[in-house]
Design a protein around this ligand. Structure first.
Ligand SMILES: [Zn+2]
Length: 445
């Protein structure tokens, strides 16, 4: 065994927690939304070209950026999924939001007992390139490298405002917890994305859907995962916008009264958004939203309730191996991934940055190899450590492809091995905790 490989293995720190319950029908869910668009001037986060704009600050809002939140309660264990219309969510922001929610829970729900460890809190960016930018602290261990590149000047006022919105959204979702059934679906959509690095190259067509229904059968909330960059509005447009994700969520929500929709992004590192009508700018975002909402609306009736026995949520961490170049020197000391599994029926694979779809396929295959039926990559999850390019992207033949993506990465050719090793560890742990659950499950459905 090579020395470097041995160090990696020893350095994998495993801290996992399992929520296990066996009483059918005791799952609860609640949803809420808050604006994260401030009423003061804000620098936009997304395009490095905007950082040279003079100044990169705007008060013009095309459409609201929001945090959309789902709370899940399973046998006393609380899970909160917060999706934010921002380009990326720094690690420091995740910890601050989680701490703020935990503190609010202890004061507002004094009689309740919620287990809410940090790995039960998912902080995911929709990857709009026109959202509030100044949320990366210069001292942030994980994401500081990307602040100056694309996220504008840090603003404490904005940072505090976003934390307050996330906390208030989570607390409302927790207040609204009610008994639900949950179902999982997987569809295919090929019209809305293209590979920006390889002409006619692969895209990830997966449309992953979590459908949450009240006990009377009415729809309560929908979580959708689909891979595409939030770049419909180009860098010269100085307007706040939630781009394709916001357009999609609003479009689908308009079709179902009282329903909240969350958008998670997938392995979108080399995937751009397309409109079947060929439109551009905000109009492309609106078209994307409409077509994806059509797809999800078509899928929803076919998604049956699934009796989840166990929710397994865990973060997995390893020491960051030696890096390459300037970003390698600035790399954070730890790499953290996560997974959230609903028995072996569905699993979210949380990636702290932007994985190209070619590597995303390999990670999803690792999950399928272990019997997880519907895996979904959650890109831009919990922090941002760069772009993650698959091993083939570094061969001589591909030296001119994924150039931009390879330049925003701390580990070079080691990248694929790092994430494959981490996800193998995570998936083996999840598998150990959940094996056998599916077989004894769902005789009612
Ligand atoms: Zn990106």
């Amino acid at each position: 065994m090579k020395k470097s490989t041995r160090i990696f293995c020893l350095a994998i720190l495993i801290a996992f927690s399992v929520s296990s319950h066996s009483v059918a029908g005791d799952l609860q869910a609640g949803f809420a939304t808050r604006s994260i668009t401030p009423d003061f001037p804000v620098s936009l986060g997304g395009y490095s070209a905007r950082q040279q704009a003079n100044p990169n600050v705007t008060t013009t809002v095309h459409d609201l950026c929001e945090v959309r939140t789902m709370a899940l309660l399973s046998d006393g264990e609380l899970f909160v999924f917060a999706t934010l219309d921002v380009c990326l969510t720094p690690s420091d922001l995740r910890i601050s939001c989680w701490s703020a929610i935990r503190e609010a829970i202890s004061t507002e729900f004094s009689r309740a007992r919620f287990e809410f460890p940090q790995d039960h809190y998912l902080s995911a960016a929709s990857h709009t390139h026109s959202g509030p930018g100044g949320i990366v602290k210069p001292v942030d261990a994980g994401t500081r490298m990307y602040g100056p590149i694309g996220m504008g000047v840090f603003s404490q006022e904005l940072y505090d405002f976003v934390i307050d919105s996330v906390k208030s959204s989570a607390i409302e979702a927790i207040r609204k917890l009610e008994p639900v059934t949950i179902g999982f679906g997987l569809g295919e959509e090929t019209r809305l994305s293209g590979n920006r690095c390889v002409s006619e190259g692969p895209i990830d067509p997966d449309v992953f859907v979590i459908k949450v229904t009240k006990t009377d059968g009415t729809l309560l909330g929908v979580v959708v995962d689909f891979a595409a960059h939030g770049v419909c509005a180009p860098d010269e447009v100085m307007e706040v916008s939630a781009d394709h994700a916001g357009a999609f969520c609003r479009n689908l929500m308009a079709r179902y009264e009282g329903v909240t929709v969350l958008y998670l992004n997938g392995a979108e590192g080399d995937i751009h958004p397309k409109s079947p009508t060929g439109s551009g700018g905000h109009e492309r975002a609106a078209d994307f939203g409409r077509f994806l909402a059509d797809k999800v609306q078509e899928m929803l009736p076919g998604i049956a309730p699934y009796d989840v026995k166990t929710i397994f949520a865990s973060d997995f961490q390893m020491d960051s191996p030696p890096g390459v170049g300037l970003l390698g020197m600035l790399r954070p000391p730890k790499i953290t991934i996560g997974c959230i599994a609903f028995d072996k029926r569905a699993i979210l694979l949380n990636v702290p940055g932007e994985m190209v779809c070619e590597l995303g396929f390999k990670i999803k295959d690792l999950a399928k190899d272990r019997g997880f039926e519907i895996p979904a990559i959650v890109g831009l999850a919990n922090e941002h450590m760069g772009y993650f390019v698959h091993a083939e992207g570094y061969t001589e033949e591909n030296k001119d492809r994924w150039s931009y993506e390879k330049s925003l990465n701390p580990w070079g050719q080691r990248t694929e091995g790092i994430f494959v090793d981490l996800f193998k560890t995570a998936l083996d742990k999840a598998n150990d905790a959940l094996d056998g659950v599916n077989e004894e499950n769902n005789e009612d459905f």
